[in-house]
Every structure is written in structure tokens, then in C-alpha cells.
Design a protein around this ligand. Structure first.
Ligand code: AMP
Length: 225
């Protein structure tokens, strides 16, 4: 089996986590979600979690060195040897360059574009099942029973960082610190890696039906392989 290393790029609430759920099943690769890894550390109150929590609740990014070490370690695991789906990482130029320096490749970047106003509407209604990472929306993707996970029946929560004032801060952080990756993966990376290691780059409009967006992403990935 050939390796498939994917990256989802987009603002908070663009649908990366939702799309990732379908993609990892379809392509049989693990989802590397730095947000989920951090939330897990927060709920277990590990040293990393205690440090990360303040940044997350303020809508800010967790320091690069912490994130880079965490992802490098995760990618060593056996389940990543046939590929992976990066969801929410890299999120800064420093993180992206650290990947290049460590020889960690990406075959395909999928940028999911959604206007800010739509993101604010979406995110305030978002609910998650903390144990599995399953994502719902009170209007657009409601669970079968209000506020309960479809699979386990356990309660859903609203993440602290999904509250409106925090989401506005996170959008500002996205435009300032993460959006430069659009240029990085489309242009600058050509000066840093060999031709066959330059990732393919596609933009998908993230508005509308989740399944339809998923089909478009799968189509782009399969035609790029
Ligand atoms: P997410 O679930 O991907 O939206 O991430 C939630 C929060 O975790 C972000 O707002 C950041 O505070 C933190 N976080 C997740 N991934 C990263 C990353 N790659 N770099 C820095 N902070 C991150």
C-alpha cells in the first residue's frame, strides 16, 4: 500500500474535523488532530494539558515547540507508517518549516474555504462528544436525540473555545498566523523541497452539504495520487 499523507487547512469551524471523520474511514489512515490531542491532555490534567488550557480558552495558539514535539512523537507510531491526515496542524509558518526540516512530508493539502460570518454562525451551534471527537451541530447535523451522542448516548458538550467571543479571537489568529500557510504550501515550499515532494494543493468551498464536500475532497485526492 502506498503512503497517503494529507493535510486539511482552514479556519476554525471550516469543517476540518467533520470531513476528517469520513476521510480517515475512506482512506484507512489515522487522524492527527492536534486540537483533540490537546483536549485529551487537558481532560487528563497532564503537564502538557495544564499548560495548553490557558492558551486554548483564550483562543490563542499553544506555543510551537510544544506542538511540534507532540506531533513528531505521534507520527513515530506504527499506525502512521502508511500515512496520516493532519487536522489542525501545522498552524504557523514555524510549525510548517519544522515539518520540512524533520523530513515529514505531505502529499496533498486540501484548503477548506468558508467565509468568517458563516463560521461564527456554525461554531456557536457546534457540540462534541469528548470521548470520540464526534462533532454535531444543533441545526445542521443534529444528533438523533438532542444533546446526546448517537453511538454511546453520552452527553455532548460545547467546547469553551466555541463560545462567540473566543471564536472571534480564533478567527483573527487564523488570519494572522495560519493563513500565511496558503502561500507557503502553494509557493514557498517549492524552494525548500525536491519537485516530487511538493504537495498537491487544492481549494474546496466548505459551504453546503457535508457529504457533497466530502465527495469533492475524495475526488481531488484520488485524482492527485
Ligand atoms: P482545534 O480543535 O484544531 O480548533 O484546536 C483547538 C485549540 O487548540 C486551538 O484554538 C489552539 O489553542 C490549540 N491548537 C490546536 N492545534 C494547534 C496547533 N497546531 N498549534 C497551536 N495551537 C493549536
Amino acid at each position: 500500500m502506498s503512503k497517503l499523507r494529507l493535510m486539511l487547512l482552514g479556519g476554525p469551524g471550516a469543517g476540518k474535523g467533520t470531513q476528517a471523520q469520513g476521510l480517515i474511514e475512506y482512506f484507512k489512515i489515522p487522524q492527527i488532530s492536534t486540537g483533540d490531542m490537546l483536549r485529551n491532555a487537558v481532560s487528563k490534567k497532564t503537564a502538557l494539558g495544564l499548560k495548553a488550557q490557558e492558551y486554548m480558552n483564550a483562543g490563542q495558539l499553544v506555543p510551537d515547540d510544544v506542538i511540534i514535539a507532540m506531533v513528531k512523537e505521534r507520527l513515530q507510531a506504527e499506525d502512521c507508517q502508511h500515512g496520516y491526515l493532519l487536522d489542525g496542524f501545522p498552524r504557523t509558518l514555524i510549525q510548517a518549516k519544522a515539518m520540512v526540516d524533520a523530513g515529514i512530508g505531505i502529499d496533498h493539502v486540501i484548503e477548506i474555504q468558508v467565509p468568517d460570518a458563516e463560521i461564527i454562525k456554525r461554531i456557536c451551534g457546534r457540540r462534541v462528544h469528548p470521548a470520540s471527537g464526534r462533532v454535531y451541530h444543533v441545526d445542521f447535523q443534529a444528533p438523533k436525540v438532542a444533546n446526546l451522542d448517537d453511538v454511546t448516548g453520552e452527553p455532548l458538550i460545547q467546547r469553551d473555545d466555541d463560545k462567540e467571543d473566543v471564536i472571534r479571537k480564533r478567527l483573527a489568529v487564523y488570519h494572522q498566523q495560519t493563513a500565511p500557510l496558503i502561500d507557503f504550501y502553494q509557493h514557498q515550499i517549492k524552494n525548500l523541497v525536491e519537485g516530487d515532494q511538493i504537495p498537491k494543493y487544492d481549494v474546496i468551498q466548505g459551504l453546503g452539504d457535508v457529504a457533497n464536500i466530502q465527495q469533492q475532497i475524495i475526488h481531488q485526492i484520488e485524482s492527485g495520487k
